[in-house]
Design a protein around this ligand. Structure first.
Ligand code: ZN
Length: 116
């Protein structure tokens, strides 16, 4: 089973808590919160693994609705064997330093290529 099939089968949407089974996309959203678990996490090459941002999985319905309230960050083990949901309210904010690194990284990524 590939990881997307495993996520559809075992992970619920971190906003509406419904099954991901009929969601075409696995929408991974990087949260403004620190992850205390190994995967899945988001980060960027500028900060290395120091970033370790928690992520949420959202179904297509929640993305299309545009008003999803993310309830959880999600953790899973190898092959999505075990899934743990961490209440968003219980997660620690990212350190200010990481916000600054992310902002600098975004500025690099969104440069107009015509200006280079
Ligand atoms: Zn949803």
């Amino acid at each position: 089973m590939d990881w997307k099939a495993a996520v559809r089968k075992k992970v619920k949407c971190c906003a509406c808590e419904n099954s991901m089974n009929d969601s075409e996309h696995i929408n991974l959203i990087a949260l403004d919160r620190a992850a205390t678990w190994p995967m899945p996490v988001s980060g960027n090459v500028f900060a290395g693994m120091e970033t370790k941002q928690a992520v949420a999985v959202l179904c297509d319905r929640c993305i299309a609705g545009g008003k999803a309230v993310i309830m959880y960050g999600v953790e899973w083990t190898e092959n999505v064997e075990n899934v743990t949901y961490h209440k968003f309210a219980d997660l620690d904010p990212l350190p200010t330093r990481i916000h600054e690194i992310n902002k600098a990284a975004m500025a690099l990524l969104v440069q107009d290529p015509k200006k280079n």
